[in-house]
Design a protein around this ligand. Structure first.
Ligand SMILES: [Zn+2]
Ligand SMILES: [Zn+2]
Length: 55
C-alpha cells in the first residue's frame, strides 16, 4: 500500500491542514484520515469499518 494522502490537499495526515470534518456526518469528534483519503469521525469509522491511514 502506498502512502495515503488527503483527497483534498494531497498531503499526508501529519501535514494536512484541511478542516477536520467527517465527510459523512460533519462531526469534528476524533476525525482522522482513512485509507480512502477521506476524513471520518470515530463513530463513522467504527460503523463502516474504515481503517485509519497512519497508525
Ligand atoms: Zn487535507
Ligand atoms: Zn462521521
Amino acid at each position: 500500500m502506498g502512502r495515503i494522502v488527503c483527497a483534498q490537499c494531497e498531503r499526508p495526515e501529519a501535514s494536512c491542514w484541511c478542516e477536520k470534518l467527517c465527510v459523512l456526518c460533519q462531526s469534528q469528534l476524533d476525525v482522522h484520515l482513512c485509507t480512502d483519503g477521506l476524513l471520518y469521525c470515530e463513530a463513522c469509522r467504527t460503523a463502516c469499518d474504515y481503517k485509519r491511514a497512519n497508525v
